[in-house]
Design a protein around this ligand. Structure first.
Ligand code: PRP
Length: 217
């Protein structure tokens, strides 16, 4: 049987996802241990296992699944909202829980509440435009960054940021505060549309196995 291919987001989500697949009985052979070694290896497969994994950048997981390079994937809701890919989002996995927020220095709180032409730095331009322009009818200037977004208001590049907050540590350590919550975020199991038809029985079984683990808590 050809193994199912699963795209995982390298980094903090990969370990939690691998644990979940393990508890669901979906990991055989040495794959779990190999992934946990945190090497620079990108593809993990094993003769005994009917599922193989690859590690992608978190924001790219929906792309790999949309194009069918992976049958399934574990993607953050942030990446799904931003990527707007044509996928089946089948399960909320309850891992990678965080919030998408508007944040900034206290000195920008009033401006963030009322001011127009707010300068917003973010890794999530579509999500930020959707929130400010469509939902709040506010005119904003979006400044697209690729990481360490918290830096932007501190060095005068932007008034506020739109970013994900997990522990709040990065905001706190940089003197920034949450102004508004845009949406809660967590990791989702996503499935390629063609794979859902071709590998239907196998994928439904996998979803059931993971669901059983989630119910146990
Ligand atoms: C994410 C996010 C924040 C940070 C929040 O960045 O963009 O910067 O984590 O986490 P915390 O609330 O637990 O501090 P990531 O670590 O993915 O790195 P990046 O900024 O380089 O994208």
């Amino acid at each position: 049987m050809k193994p199912l291919v699963c795209a995982l987001a390298k980094g903090r989500l990969a370990d939690a996802a691998v644990d979940l697949f393990g508890r669901a009985g979906e990991l055989k052979g040495g794959i779990r241990a190999e992934i946990k070694k945190k090497s620079r290896r990108l593809i993990f497969s094993d003769e005994d296992s009917d599922i193989s994994f690859f590690m992608a950048k978190a924001s790219d997981v929906p792309t790999y699944v949309d194009y069918g390079a992976a049958d399934i994937g574990v993607a953050g809701k942030d990446a799904l909202l931003e990527g707007r890919r044509n996928l089946y989002e089948v399960l909320d996995l309850g891992i990678g829980v965080c919030r998408m927020v508007v944040a900034g220095p206290e000195s920008a709180r009033e401006l963030a509440r009322r001011g127009n032409n707010l300068r917003v730095a973010t890794k999530y331009p579509r999500t930020a435009i959707d929130y400010f322009a469509r939902q709040k009818q506010r005119s904003v200037e979006i400044i697209m960054l690729n990481g360490s977004v918290e830096l932007a208001p501190m060095v005068g590049l932007a008034d506020v940021i739109v970013d994900i907050v997990e522990t709040g540590g990065t905001l706190r350590e940089n003197g920034l505060a949450v102004f508004e919550e845009i949406t809660p975020i967590s990791a989702r199991l996503v499935v390629n549309r063609a794979s859902m038809k071709i590998e239907h029985a196998r994928i439904v079984e996998l979803i059931k196995n993971i669901e059983a683990v989630l119910k146990k808590g």
